[in-house]
Design a protein around this ligand. Sequence first.
Ligand code: B12
Ligand code: SF4
Length: 497
Amino acid sequence: MKILLIFPGRGMMKENVLPLGIAYIGAYLKSRNHDVKICDMRIINFKDFKKILLDYSPECVGIHANTTNLKVGLKTAKFIKKKLPDCKVVCGGPHPTIAPKEVLKNKFVDVVVVGEGELTFLELVNKLETNEDISEVKGICYKKGKERIVTEPREYIQNLDILPFPTSILQLKDFLKKGPRFPVIPPSISMVVSRSCMYNCSFCQPTLRKIFGRKVRYRSVKNVIKEIKMLKRRYDIRTVFFFDDTLTVNRKWITKFCNEAIREKLKMNFICQSRVNTIDEELLKRMKRAGFYNIIFGIESGSMRILTRVLRKGATPEMNKKAMFLCKKLGLSVLANVMIGNPTEDENDIYLTYKLIKEFNPDLVYANITTPLPGTDLYDFCKKKRLFLVKNYNRSVYKQKIKLKHLNRTKLMKWKFKMQAFTFMPSKLIKPRYLKMTLKRWFAGIETRNFSMIVNDLIQGFENEGKRIIASLTPPLTYKRVMSTYRYLFGKNIGER
Ligand code: B12
Ligand code: SF4
């Protein structure tokens, strides 16, 4: 069958993050003799998309959707049905998984795939190809008259090594042209080699469990190293950015991976997302030897109350501090993700987060305004308490989404700029490790003729510097006063146990 897999967007993506969900599915379907094309609308314009669609004329289209790009995905579905009325439109991904019936309400969508897509989509297209009844296919939601029926759940793939490499189906050159975000050293590639997460953060779960189940599954180390070697050979890839939720959660796997990378002399740069409670000095040393140079932690908040009771992070501010200092000691760069504007949060809570960040001064901080997403426990909490300000999630995810007694958008933005350095900040170049990392990136940029990446770094860097200076001109004197009075009266900070 002729299948077109689409990642919806508006051709505006500046960085090279691969559409791995549809790539895994596409590579699997191709290996089962289907004719597959991938179209990432984040990197092409609509005119080119129209041409691909009409020239290829697929019999089935698969559209990826998360909550924020669902609207543009459905618009794409409408366009496809207008041009190719007989083409079957299937939707899958995080949002269709948490709200299959809602997505299927759209008259331009024929079927929704719930959860992990490879096995389900293969069975579905096989049936669609021969016009067979699809009601027996596990893991879908389909229309029967006016009814929408969800079939029984699909079992998860136990051995992920059966899947072909997702990068084998993508036109990687189109992605490599894009400059990766700071501090990635180009050419770089994004990978996701595990599925699911065993933690229970309120702003994330149960979405992930609904997509990939409870048990965390990994591709084998051998299989991952083989793909990396292929990418290095064919595209001279220098950085692998692991977007796995917590690459370090399985200590046995990550230790084996590092040992193999060292033994094979891969000489690759690695970046990964981690959790503060899954690392220690021994592991970090091994990771550094293997090539890891930047670790991303979800620090989220410096307030014990917000971190444990509201966000259910399963870590404490003390653990955050310890992990960041350990990285600093070992010469590893840290990117700290921080959430502000959480339900029930006040300025004292944010001040604690700011204090934590200021004390450690990580190389990079992304401060995001909390956006409770449908399908998460935090969303249900906000809905129950009637805290929502907006209904529309297609608007910027950076704006305030929930009502807060003591905080408004201006205050949140001020704290955001105070805490964050999106990319490169010129004033940080006085730190030797930061300077080394930046120069390594820029030299690689010059070598690969990626000059626009360097120019972008500079423009954004000065812009961020400006925002930071403006925010710092209005110091949080009031909060400081409140904090010190509280500390004087109770002998501890507000929010601390
Ligand atoms: C890497 C990543 C990013 C990257 C790149 C995203 C990308 N896909 O290109 C970046 C950093 C850019 C990013 C941004 C955002 N992300 Co993100 N991201 C991830 C992460 C960590 C991995 C994604 C991935 O590649 N997974 C591996 C593949 C194999 O999984 P998958 O994409 O889900 O695909 C499988 C199934 O969903 C299904 N499937 C997927 N598509 C399709 C299509 C069809 C037709 C079918 C049949 C099946 C199907 O089958 C696939 C294979 O089994 C996930 C968490 C996670 N572990 O998945 C969050 C996640 C997808 N992101 C999320 C969010 C919220 C965002 C942002 C909105 C964050 C923000 N505040 O800005 C933005 C949205 C940007 C956008 N317009 O898409 C949420 C989505 C939740 C939701 N309700 O939609 C997730 C699930 C994290 C979470 N736990 O909350 N993200
Ligand atoms: S550790 Fe990360 S991926 Fe896991 S539940 Fe928490 S936020 Fe989600």
